[in-house]
Design a protein around this ligand. Structure first.
Ligand SMILES: [Fe+2]
Length: 259
């Protein structure tokens, strides 16, 4: 790793990078760019704290922070060029990000070994499941970015469902799902059986909420499970499910799993 490279300087760099994406007279578009910028900074903070909790070396803590900052770098071009955050309707933003980091010569600041860790972590962060063929060290970083990412996504979706209650909508975050009082049997079944939910099985916004709650089954570290449990986000997401009769069962299942 280039020893001159600091997290603080890279935050400034990201700030300038993101600035180039804003449009004049398009508040809605700019709001989504801002959302991903804030997310990158928050994930950088979470993954750094996670790395510290794991007693990693200063070098590894710093590398984790860079992965947090860079992990969603593909989101900006994805949104600008395809006007969506849906990978299914555009391209996989993880790989788009890797392509972008190469194009802007970001990776050259890192040793070949660190480059491989960054690439594998970004590639794996948004896949339904982590690849199995990674070496031990790369696997650890790939698991860390997936956890760090979820810690902040829970904040974003919680804030969004609260805003929805006040009538504010952002269709980019709803993936075109129907906001009706329904829930898919297949989705609920996966959740109760401690399996992650597949996006292809979703039909309703309630399904998406269950999919998000089921991410708890895909957390890799005790630190993250504790963070999520104490954040209150899971309880808030459950409250936003429009079928109130299932709130208690879902809450019990989720909280017991996290404890
Ligand atoms: Fe992402």
């Amino acid at each position: 790793m280039n020893e001159q490279l600091s997290i603080e300087n890279e935050k400034k760099w990201l700030n300038n990078y993101v600035d180039a994406f804003f449009r004049t007279d398009d508040d809605f578009y700019n709001q989504n760019i801002l959302l991903k910028h804030k997310h990158s900074l928050q994930v950088c903070k979470h993954i750094t704290n996670l790395a510290i909790s794991l007693n990693l070396s200063d070098h590894q803590i710093k590398l984790a922070g860079f992965i947090g900052l860079y992990h969603d770098i593909g989101r900006f071009k994805q949104y600008r060029d395809y006007n969506t955050f849906s990978d299914k309707d555009s391209v996989y933003h993880g790989d788009l990000g890797i392509e972008e980091l190469r194009a802007i010569h970001k990776l050259e600041n890192f040793t070949p070994k660190a480059q491989n860790i960054i690439i594998a972590s970004i590639h794996n962060h948004g896949l339904p499941k982590i690849e199995e063929n990674l070496d031990e060290q790369t696997m650890m970083f790939a698991k860390m970015i997936r956890d760090g990412d979820k810690m902040d996504i829970y904040r974003i979706v919680d804030e969004y469902y609260q805003a929805m209650l006040k009538g504010k909508r952002n269709i980019s975050l709803e993936l075109g799902l129907k906001n009706t009082d329904n829930i898919s049997e297949k989705v609920l079944d996966a959740f109760y059986n401690e399996r992650i939910v597949y996006k292809s099985d979703m039909q309703y916004l309630n399904d998406f909420k269950i999919l998000q709650i089921a991410w708890i089954y895909d957390l890799n570290f005790t630190y993250t499970r504790r963070y999520i449990l104490h954040s209150g986000h899971i309880e808030n997401i459950i409250k936003s499910i429009t079928m109130t009769d299932i709130h208690d069962t879902i809450r019990k299942k989720a909280l017991n799993y996290l404890k």
